[in-house]
Design a protein around this ligand. Structure first.
Ligand SMILES: [Zn+2]
Length: 261
């Protein structure tokens, strides 16, 4: 009897242990399969402490002369206007042709002083900056160079502008000029200190509804108002004998040869 009990007990405990093991197996917290995809400890690319040696202070080859806008000795091609360097003391460069012209010997447009469009009748009545008479001329500036009244600046832009009275005087004083013809068109060639030149056609001027003196006189506005009378402005004037400067009423239609500095 006792033996039977012992045997039973033994079996029981064995069974119990087995159960316990089973149970244990179950209970055992799943050895978390470390699903965490190892948040790779970023191979710290250490934001490079920018010890980069100072980008060598670019030894800019300062030898390159300011080539904008480019100036030329003579027209390099047929795409006028060009900026011609005559070697003038002021550094002023002159255009190879007139405002409104497509080549050096063309007349281009005739403009009343300060106006930026051509018209068919040039009188005080049609002049934009007066009330019908010379006495009522409005002051649009002692110099209109580079302003909204400067036809060279308005039509060509960039650094182009009407020449000042000083620049016209410089052209006359520092250049030699001679009466000549280009493709059958009469005018004067102005040759600068460096031997380069520009040709200005003797295109006359427009007064009222007529074109006067064409082929005989050149009349080129400066952007400077005449000092003694606000109804006038200085201009470059020439014929077959000489070139000079003068002043005339702002109403007349005259040519404009732009400059750039
Ligand atoms: Zn040209």
């Amino acid at each position: 009897m006792t033996r039977t009990i012992l045997t039973f007990l033994l079996l029981f405990s064995l069974a119990f242990c087995a159960n316990a093991q089973e149970a244990g197996k179950y209970v055992r917290p799943k050895s978390t399969p470390k699903s965490t995809p190892k948040s790779t400890p970023k191979s710290t690319p250490k934001s490079t402490p920018k010890s980069t040696p100072k980008s060598t202070p670019k030894s800019t080859p300062k030898s390159t002369p300011k080539s904008t806008p480019k100036s030329y000795q003579t027209c390099p091609d047929g795409n006028h206007p060009h900026m011609i360097d005559l070697g003038l003391p002021s550094g002023t460069k002159w255009a190879c042709c007139n405002v409104g012209a497509s080549k050096p010997e063309d007349d281009g447009g005739y403009y009343a002083w300060g106006e930026t469009t051509t018209k068919s009748d040039y009188t005080w009545e049609t002049y934009k900056y007066c009330d019908g008479t010379a006495k009522t001329c409005r002051n649009i500036g002692k110099s209109i160079c580079g302003t909204q009244y400067d036809v060279a600046h308005v039509k060509w832009g960039g650094s182009w502008r009407m020449p000042s009275f000083d620049q016209i005087k410089e052209l006359k004083v520092k250049c030699k000029s001679e009466w000549t013809t280009v493709n059958g068109v009469s005018g004067r060639r102005f040759t600068g200190p460096n031997g380069r030149s520009i040709f200005l056609p003797a295109s006359g001027y427009r007064g009222g509804d007529r074109l006067n003196d064409r082929g005989e006189y050149g009349n080129y506005w400066s952007g400077t108002q005449y000092t003694s009378d606000a109804s006038g402005a200085y201009l470059l004037y020439f014929d077959s004998d000489k070139a000079d400067w003068y002043y005339y009423g702002r109403r007349d239609g005259r040519l404009v040869r732009p400059v750039a500095e």
